[in-house]
Design a protein around this ligand. Structure first.
Ligand SMILES: [Zn+2]
Length: 169
């Protein structure tokens, strides 16, 4: 199982205060590249603002597409001495993760990346047993990656709403 906490800590430890990246995109780029994603850096420019680097990663070419979008930049930490746990420490204490972006939204990005990588691993493993996408295949995927059924149920309920936020390829 992919360690979402470790990914979140790596991201939080990058002081990526807008427009700085401070290595945060590199954490994701290396991880996703290692797992077969095609990755691209795209600079967003707007007059009067510093360029902001973005990362676009994709795996596979077939429809339907599922897109996870988010940001790795954070607002300034303010007086860092006033933080009980370092603003960029990624410290884990009593079951809580601390640091700028832990909630908004490095934690969320870490969870989505971990979920996708787990799903891809389960999918590949299931093909070792079933060389198709039959009901038997999906039962193997569900056994290997137990949150697939929960995700499918959520998609069955809310999936159509996602089309409202589509992008042009
Ligand atoms: Zn397949």
């Amino acid at each position: 199982m992919t360690d979402a906490l470790s990914i979140a800590q790596q991201l939080i430890r990058c002081p990526s205060v807008t427009p700085a990246d401070a290595g945060a995109l590199g954490v994701l780029e290396n991880l996703l590249k290692t797992h077969g994603f095609e990755v691209h850096r795209v600079a967003f420019s707007e007059p009067g603002f510093a360029d902001v680097d973005n990362l676009y990663a994709r795996i596979g070419k077939d429809a339907p597409h599922i897109t996870f979008a988010g940001h790795t930049d954070v607002v300034p930490a303010g007086d860092e001495a006033a933080w009980k746990h370092g603003a960029f420490s990624g410290e884990l204490k009593d079951g809580f993760l601390y640091g700028r972006g832990a909630v908004d939204m490095k934690g969320g990005i870490a969870c989505s990346v971990a979920a996708v990588l787990d799903y891809l691993a389960a999918h590949e493993m299931a093909h070792l047993v079933e060389m198709n996408h039959s009901p038997r295949f999906w039962r193997v995927v569900a056994r290997v990656c137990d949150h697939v059924e929960r995700a499918k149920t959520w998609l069955d309920t809310h999936g159509n709403d996602l089309h409202r936020y589509g992008i042009q390829d």
